[in-house]
Design a protein around this ligand. Sequence first.
Ligand code: ZN
Ligand code: ZN
Length: 929
Amino acid sequence: MEHTLCFPHFRASSPNKPFTDDTRSKWRRTSSLAPTAAEISSATLMSPPSSLTLNDPIYTKSLSSVRQVHARILKTTDLWLSESTMDSLIQIYSDLGDFRSAAMVFFVALQFGTLSWSHLTNTFGSRDGNICRLLEIFQQLHRIGTTVFSIGIVSRALKECAEVVDFWLGFQIHAYLTKVGMENESYIRCSLMDFYAHCCSLESSDKLFEDSSHQDSILWNKFIVLNVENGRLSEALELFQKMQFWGLELDEVTVSKVLHACGRLEAVKEGKAIHGYVIRSGRFPSALVSNSLISMYSKNFLVNLARRVFEYMGGRTLVSWNSIISCCSLNGYLEEAMELFYDMVASGVKPDLVTWNCLISGYSHHGSPHHTFGFLRRMQNENLRPNSSSITSVLRSIAASGLVELGKEIHGYAIRHGHDRNVFVGTSLTDMYLKCYNLANARSVFDKMPHRNVLTWNSIIAGYAHEGLFDEALELLKQMEEGVEPDITTWNGLISGYSIHGLSSQAVVLIRQMKANGVEPNVISWTAVISGCCRRGQYDDALYYFREMQNEGVQPNSVTIATLLRACASQALLGKGRELHCLATRKALNGDIYVATALIDMYSKSGSLTKAHLVFKLLEHKNLASWNAMIMGFGAHGQGKEAISLFNQMSAAGIKSDGITFTALLSGCRHSGLVDDGWNYFDSMNKYNVTPSLEHYTCMVDLLARCGYLDEAWDFMQNMPFEPDASIWGSLLSACRTHKNVELAEMVATRLFQLEPYNSANYLLMMSIYASANRWEDAKNVRDAMNAAGVKSWAGWSWVEIDQTVHVFEIEGRPHPEIGKIYFELSQLVSEMRRVGYVPDTSCIVYNVGEEEKEKMLLTHTEKLAITYGLISTGSGTPIRVIKNTRVCNDCHMVAKYMSEITGREILVRDGVRFHHFMDGRCSCNDFW
Ligand SMILES: [Zn+2]
Ligand SMILES: [Zn+2]
């Protein structure tokens, strides 16, 4: 009965030639070892032409003519028994797509042991044959009890089963192997492990390994390779160590796979140990292991070690050159990559598409867009067509440079060559348009994509969220969820969109929502929320979410810490800032350039210039931002000479200065009254290729005016290439008060009130100018004008941080709970001060009241209250740090000097403009502010 299932073609086409023992033995006698495919085809080509030969193209054009020739051969000659005829028939049938006939011929050959299974599967594979057909035939043979299957054939069949996920046939084969007792043969067991890992689960494959009666090297190698291939990377490394421990032989595939795992895990130590093993054993001269070593070191950013492997390896292949060029270019060693490229050409190895793509990709990540485009052109000149990988890299450069017109050209090229249907190209196009602020084109590319992956969705959703189009972004998220599971990046894109637009509370809602969806927020999600809060000035919220993040076990990274440090700097929260410094040190992030620069900024803005300088000195690789932060710090603390000296050191270190450097430098000069230096640096800006901006002109006007050169300042303003803004006029007006120039003040105020009609500070300044000139009527007029315009006077405040609690003192608003105690202490201090010569300076009081009344008013100034509270709430020796939103008045400045002398305390006041560091009765500003 089973025989009826068997091959009708074979039986029908050879009725006259049944297999007899005689023919088999005859064939066996004439056969040598199974010929290779190459030998067969050359034999076929050399066989003499005959009317019945298959070499004649006339007969091989159509299936029917081949069948006719085949039938004739079977009927009339013994030719069909020759291996070359069988091979030709298999090839021709496969070429014509008749895989069944090809298989039939093959099984005849198989019965004779002429051709190997792999020969047929290779022939099938190379001609797009359906492997299922082959397996069906194998199954039929198996059912009729054919026992000619060698280990090779069974392994091959299992491999095919795994590929097409035919687990029923796989199980049958497993059962058959158990029956015939071949199950424990190592190679068979490897194939079974492979099959189970592919079609069932890795665990069932593990079990086969564990149950093996004899776990030899072959099985171990397979076991490790399967672990790596299925993502169990750390386990693979452990197994590898065990294998070495037991002295089992490792093969080169296993070594290369384990090296791959070390690259992915960034396991440098293990990778180096394997390198050591490779050198000691001396058994791996092949390029495969060397190439894997290069790639392992490359992924661990150890370019020098990768280069050493490359230099000492023999038999460099194209793959080796590509590995080392890719290593250098992806790690940003672009010049080295280019040198290697020329060495490669010089050594006679022709760069291929992969080589060029490595360079293009490296330059798109680390170099200029200009270079990326250059390589693309050169590659095309070599007659190599850019593929999807080249296009993706080039699009990255376009996105970075914002050259949207060029992007459109590449888009056109991609469409013409059918690359736009590639999911990576489509995603890069979407991303490029989004980064070039062309949402419409991005959407159109996205809508046309036949396949989208999670990256595509993430890119478009983040694009809409960053534009603030949240409804569309959420709608897209809904569509995405129908086919693709949103991942952490999807959620983070939305969260950062909400944060950028100042909607931190919605961002937090998303954090909760992603958790409900089973995605745990990571450091990027939390940092986005925190930086959103900081951007809106919601520092308490920022610190609150920072605590929540840590409570959830998410560790901050350098971006989180730098963001929070900037928040501390703007609030001068020294205590919190110090805490963050400790945290950064514990996390080994204090050497990070962004963290260190934020620390310098925080310490100098919180009044601790010494600490800022210490961080700066300890920073190993200083960049422009860190130099700028330090120069700015010295400048704001009135140490203009130090700022200049630092600038000279920076230039000597070969760091190119920018606009910010000059703002720092000029503001250093202005806080120290260094007019000549200010002019020098302002004039030298062109030499440094920096065009002076409004900010630089503002510094110069301020510097000249503060030093009393009011006319020069006025002239300078008339000749500058910018329309003066309120801040320039404001600093000039302020200088008019200092230098008591009422006439100029009136001219300036007219302009200023036009530009800023609602800023109470300007009116108050003008009132105080009139008041100090005893022009009370004019002062009253200004007050009336201010009231008529409905301008509310801007509430001044000061605060002092004690034990990480901020105590705020406001002119209006709720008084401090300990205000009684504070006034008592203050009046005690004032009477003590009077004994050593203090006379109140009432010039800043713009009310025409009695002198005694004015003195009382002076006592209510918030900075006095804050300093006094600081003195009574902290132990001796603790410096007092007070932050004030407006400029400190003459009287408070004087009082602070006296207080520092009497109490022996260090007092730091950061007012709206600069720092005052009071010590032993003197201020760091030398009374110049
Ligand atoms: Zn004051
Ligand atoms: Zn001062």
